[in-house]
Structure formats: structure tokens, C-alpha cells
Design a protein around this ligand. Structure first.
Ligand code: HEM
Length: 61
């Protein structure tokens, strides 16, 4: 039987990471935050003008 480390190495080659953490994070941001905070995070999303309080600029936190 092969050592577990050899099996892990084989799997890592056989299953390439098709989605990086950055790609997933960007998609999460665009799907759930950009409507309010804007694509750039500066608080100018499509719904920002509908809010009763200003949408903060997240680039400063
Ligand atoms: C899950 C996604 C979201 C995250 C992680 C997030 C993050 C934040 C953070 C960290 C703040 C506080 C900023 C500060 O105190 O300087 C904030 C405030 C705020 N966000 Fe978001 N936001 C999200 C989605 C949204 C969306 C979609 C909208 C608009 C449609 C929105 C509108 C606002 C508003 C109006 C405030 C100010 C609230 C207040 O001052 O009482 N957010 N958000």
C-alpha cells in the first residue's frame, strides 16, 4: 500500500484547483455586497441611494 502522502500528492495533481480562493471571494462579494457597497467597495452600489443611511466606503476599513 502507498503511504498516505503519496496518495495526497497524486490527488493534488489529478484534481487541479479550478477555483482559487480569490475567485470564490470575488464572486461572493459581487453577489452579496456589491449591490450596496459597489463593485469597488466605495459605497456606490445600485441600492445605495435607496438606503436610509449612507453606505460606508469599505476601502477605508
Ligand atoms: C454580506 C455582505 C456585506 C458585508 C460583509 C457588508 C459589510 C459592511 C460593513 C463592514 C459595514 C460597516 C462599515 C463601517 O462601519 O465603516 C457595513 C455597513 C453598511 N452596509 Fe454593508 N455589507 C454587506 C452587504 C451590504 C448590502 C448588500 C448593502 C446595501 C444594499 C449594504 C449596506 C450597508 C449600509 C447602509 C451600511 C451602514 C449601516 C449603518 O451605518 O448603520 N451592505 N456593511
Amino acid at each position: 500500500m502507498k503511504p498516505i502522502s503519496a496518495l495526497c500528492a497524486a490527488l493534488a495533481v489529478a484534481i487541479p484547483a479550478t477555483l482559487s480562493a480569490e475567485t470564490v471571494g470575488e464572486a461572493e462579494y459581487m453577489n452579496h455586497r456589491a449591490t450596496g457597497h459597489g463593485a469597488s467597495g466605495s459605497g456606490d452600489g445600485l441600492f445605495a441611494e435607496l438606503m436610509t443611511v449612507p453606505v460606508p466606503d469599505l476601502t477605508h476599513i
